[in-house]
Design a protein around this ligand. Sequence first.
Ligand code: NAI
Length: 311
Amino acid sequence: AKNEHRFDGRVAIVTGAGRGLGRAHALLLAQRGAKVVVNDLGGSKEGEGVDASPATDAVNEILAAGGVAVADTNNVGSEAGCHALVETAVREFGRIDIVVNNAGISRWAAFPEADAENLERTLDVHLRGTWHTTRAAWPHMEKQGYGRIITTTSTGMLGLPENLAYATAKGALIGFTRSLAVSAAPKGILVNCIAPNAVTRPSESAKKPNIVTDSKMDPELLKAMQTDLVSPLVGYLAHESCTVNGEILVAGAKRFGRWFLGFTQGWLDDTDSMPTIEEVAGHWNEINDLEGFYVPRNLNEWSANFMGHLA
Ligand code: NAI
């Protein structure tokens, strides 16, 4: 049935849900019956300042549509803020089932301008915000034997030298997601990562023309890249029926796909002598040959393949 995925009785936190993608995720979850904590500090896209109105507006929109939500303006860029956010959920709604780690900032800078402050401020929101919010929710999920955690990476990780700290933080979230997923599964908790694509505020600050910035000028493409075209993926990963764990999924412009970490079979030196630089160079094609590549689900699966010849 069309609307069978419901979240009645479930409580969700969506960080950075006052605007952009987070708002769309929060609206969808609330529309399907979840009680939602709409977290948003309300700062600029670079993360300056505070404004309660984005979170309040999103909550009002949910309430007007007959949903249940509360606004929370804690800063997920601080550990205390993350703990206070989870406390809001528990205080207001008595539990926490879903955490959508979505809040993000964007401070365009390349080397050498991208300095320690740029890195720290970016890591604070994207990486530490996800870490601390998830960690604060963890004991509640563990106790109830149920949880759905979603992290937000970016295909920008594939090459954003002008926003290096952002790409770095997004890369770290993949390691966080994959590793936490391993210990989560036995507890009934699933952890997955999304790489969304939509036209939002940060699209305007992009320094380089790309499909997202160009779309600002084309209303049709803008419509084709609406935020709510990503949210169904979040809804699926947040649902009770979902069994996906430790995966990275891409969504945007109505396309949904999987982003995976694969390994080549590689070159195995089966001689008795030490491998040399020259042999590595000489076997480069073999090392990179995609034929027979594999996508391990976890570290054990990788080592069973890569170190399989030692068995
Ligand atoms: P946005 O700027 O429209 O929304 C982000 C929201 O997070 C804002 O309302 C902001 O106030 C809030 N926020 C920022 N720092 C916060 C903090 N410390 N505490 C609480 N709230 C905070 O941006 P958008 O595009 O909706 O981004 C959402 C997520 O999706 C981010 O993690 C972003 O990196 C990611 N993403 C977005 C892409 C896109 O195409 N729009 C592409 C790839 C990733």
